[in-house]
Design a protein around this ligand. Structure first.
Ligand code: MLT
Length: 283
């Protein structure tokens, strides 16, 4: 990540660009790669747009992949209160699409990114050309889940973002990754630590207050791809199968040997799958 001012473009490598713009009063950082039709990728918690680097590096010809840091996370600022909701993030995503003159775009979200995608779909389904729902679930938090969020808030406030990351890592990654690729643990912790504390607290508020999106599933009419890591214990394959059954015409792809962060744990499989799916939108 680099510091920058809104409007400037930083070329990170041959393909990837880092941009900043002001959306609804918040400086917003996003990464993008490729040129053409847009797929907006929404990251999981407690990560940032950098979680999508492998997918941006593999962007297919004719497509532009755009990954914003959600408000307060990565290099995006949060101004004002931190007690936000999913609609605040969803409004930011629509504002980014407006700023980039994207009337319609494909939208993909992993875990919390999926919760945001459901909120965008509720607000403006006509703006969504297709949906990727990866390692996510439509249900709201249970009472027990809300209590766990309050504990997470206390942990972040008392011991900082890294402590939360250390506590979550065991659940975020699948068994195969933990044993075969321990270096990924360090890399993910580094990404988590890059998040300012107010943004992490805001995301916890937004997740614990999110509505149940289950009743919306039957109304999803756009092409939809559901992806799940076979070893995901946070949003397990059974949740993905139920979503797939509830969304008419959706496709389901399981990624062997990956847990909750399937795009980071199995980047080649994930990228091949979404790239094949975006091409299918043309047919
Ligand atoms: C995420 O990966 O975005 C979070 O684990 C989702 C959650 O805590 O519900």
């Amino acid at each position: 990540m680099t510091n920058g001012t809104p409007g400037g473009t930083v070329i990170i490598d041959r393909m990837m660009r880092e941009q900043r713009t002001v959306l609804r009063g918040h400086v917003t950082r996003y990464l993008e790669a490729g040129f053409g039709e847009a797929l907006v990728l929404l990251h999981p918690f407690p990560l940032s747009a950098d979680a999508w680097r492998a997918q941006l590096e593999a962007v297919p010809r004719g497509w532009r992949y755009i990954a914003p840091d959600l408000r307060g996370l990565g290099g995006s600022a949060i101004n004002g209160g931190i007690e936000i909701g999913m609609n605040d993030y969803a409004g930011d995503v629509l504002a980014l699409m407006n700023a980039l003159n994207l009337g319609r775009a494909a939208l993909g979200g992993l875990s919390m990114g999926g919760y945001v995608a459901f909120a965008v779909h509720r607000l403006a389904p006509e703006r969504i050309r297709g949906l990727v729902l990866a390692d996510t679930r439509p249900q709201a938090d249970t009472e027990e889940g809300v209590r766990a969020r309050v504990t997470s808030l206390d942990l972040v406030r008392g011991r900082g973002v890294r402590a939360l990351g250390e506590q979550m890592l065991g659940k975020l990654l699948g068994e195969t990754t933990r044993s075969a690729r321990p270096e990924l643990t360090t890399e993910i912790l580094r990404l988590i630590e890059g998040n300012p504390q107010p943004g992490v607290e805001a995301a916890i508020y937004a997740m614990m207050r999110r509505p149940d999106s289950t009743p919306d599933l039957a109304g999803i009419r756009c092409p939809t791809l559901v992806i799940v890591g076979a070893e995901d214990t946070i949003t397990p394959p059974a949740d993905a199968e139920a979503m797939h059954r509830a969304i008419a015409g959706s496709r389901l792809h399981r990624i062997a040997g990956a847990g909750h962060l399937s795009n980071l744990e199995a980047p080649a499989d994930f990228s091949t799958t979404i790239n094949g799916w975006v091409e299918s939108l043309h047919q």
